[in-house]
Design a protein around this ligand. Structure first.
Ligand code: ADP
Ligand code: MG
Length: 321
C-alpha cells in the first residue's frame, strides 16, 4: 500500500494540469472540461510484457510505446489529443523503473499536449493500460465505414520495419538500430490525422498489419481493394535486411506494429493531400484502390497476382481473400 502511494506521488509530482483539467491526479475522479461543439474520442489499449513487447524492452521505450499506440488510435480518427489515464500493474515497487517509464511516457505526452489526469497502480505481472481522450469537431471524425469504390488507398511512412525488428530479435540475430527504433518508439501520426480532416474518406491505424487493418475498413465499408506490391513504402533499412520481395512483403502486409495510417480518398483530393501532408513533413503514398466486392487482391509490377509463400505467416492467408 505505502509503496503504491509513493509511486502515485512520483507520478503526480511530474504532471501539471492545463486549463481544461479542472481537477487532475489526487481525487477519486479527474474533472475535465470538454470544449463546446466537440465530440470526445475515447480509446484504450493494453500492453502485456512478453505478449505485446519483448521482456527486455527498456522502461523508457515501454512508456513511450504505451502512449504512442493509443495516440495512434486518436490519429486514425483525426482527433486532437487532450487527456489520458494510465493503469500500471508492476511486479515490484521500483522507483527507478517508474521514473524511466515516465521519461518515455511523459516525453511523448508533452510533444502532443496530452495531460495525464489519473489512473491506477497495482501489483502483478507487468502490464500497462492507457486510455486516451481527444476532441474532434462534430461529424469530422475519420471512420472505417467511409471508403467508396474508386477511392485511392494511401499509407503514411513505411511498412514492415517493426515486424522486421521483432523477427530478427526472435531469431537471435543483431537487430538493425533503425528497425528496432521503429519497434520500440513508433511515431503516432497525430498531425497527419488532423491534416486529413475533410480530405480522407475512411481511415485506420495499422497496428495488426496492413491486410488485417485495411480488411476492417473494407468490411465496414462493404467494398474490396486492389494493392500494388511495388508501391508498398519501404525503408532503406528494411530493404537492406530483407532484399527479397517474398521475404519482405509478408512483413509489410501482415507484420503489425507499424502505427502508420491507412486511409482512402477520392482521386480528386490527391494534390490537396500531398500538399497537406508535405506541409507537416509526413510522407504518404498511394498503394492501391477501392473496388467493388470484398477482400484484398495483391498485384506484382507485371500485373500478375502474387501468391504468398507457403512458409509461416498464418495471419497472411486471412487477409488475402
Ligand atoms: P482510488 O483508490 O480512489 O481509486 P487511488 O489510490 O487508486 O484512488 O489513486 C489515487 C489518485 O492517483 C487518483 O486520482 C488516481 O487517478 C491517481 N493515480 C493512481 N495511479 C495512477 C497512475 N498510474 N497514473 C496516473 N494517476 C494515477
Ligand atoms: Mg485504486
Amino acid at each position: 500500500m505505502a509503496v503504491e502511494f509513493s509511486l502515485i506521488d512520483r507520478i503526480r509530482a511530474r504532471c501539471r494540469g492545463c486549463g481544461d483539467v479542472v481537477l487532475g491526479i489526487g481525487d477519486d475522479c479527474a474533472l475535465l472540461q470538454p470544449p463546446a461543439g466537440q465530440q470526445l474520442a475515447v480509446s484504450t489499449d493494453t500492453l502485456v510484457a512478453g505478449v505485446h513487447f519483448p521482456q527486455d524492452t527498456a522502461p523508457a521505450d515501454l512508456g513511450w510505446k504505451a502512449l504512442a499506440v493509443n495516440l495512434s488510435d486518436l490519429a486514425a480518427m483525426a482527433a486532437q489529443p487532450a487527456w489520458c489515464t494510465l493503469a500500471l500493474t508492476l511486479p515490484g515497487g521500483d522507483a527507478g523503473w517508474l521514473e524511466a517509464f515516465l521519461d518515455g511516457f511523459l516525453g511523448l505526452a508533452a510533444q502532443h499536449g496530452i495531460a495525464l489526469v489519473g489512473g491506477d497502480t497495482t501489483r502483478g505481472p507487468l502490464t500497462v493500460s492507457v486510455t486516451v481522450m481527444g476532441f474532434v469537431p462534430a461529424g469530422q471524425a475519420l471512420r472505417r465505414d467511409a471508403a467508396r469504390v474508386g477511392d485511392e488507398i494511401w499509407v503514411t511512412g513505411w511498412l514492415g520495419d517493426a515486424a522486421a525488428a521483432l523477427r530478427q530479435w526472435q531469431a537471435g540475430v543483431d537487430v538493425a538500430a533503425e528497425l528496432r527504433a521503429r519497434l520500440d518508439r513508433p511515431t503516432p501520426r497525430v498531425a497527419a490525422g488532423l491534416a486529413l480532416r475533410g480530405l480522407a474518406g475512411a481511415s485506420i491505424d495499422i497496428s495488426d498489419g496492413l491486410l488485417a487493418d485495411l480488411g476492417h475498413v473494407l468490411k465496414a465499408s462493404r467494398v474490396g481493394a486492389e494493392l500494388q506490391l511495388a508501391a508498398l513504402p519501404t525503408s532503406a533499412a528494411l530493404l537492406a535486411a530483407y532484399p527479397q520481395d517474398d521475404a519482405r512483403w509478408p512483413l509489410q502486409l501482415a507484420g503489425g506494429d507499424d502505427y502508420e495510417l491507412c486511409f482512402t480518398a477520392d482521386i480528386g483530393r490527391r494534390d490537396a493531400i500531398v500538399a497537406a501532408l508535405s506541409a507537416i513533413g509526413v510522407e504518404a503514398r498511394v498503394i492501391g484502390r477501392i473496388v467493388p466486392g470484398d477482400g484484398v487482391r495483391l498485384f506484382c509490377a507485371d500485373g500478375s497476382r502474387w501468391q504468398a509463400p507457403a512458409t509461416g505467416y498464418q495471419h497472411f492467408a486471412e487477409g488475402d481473400a
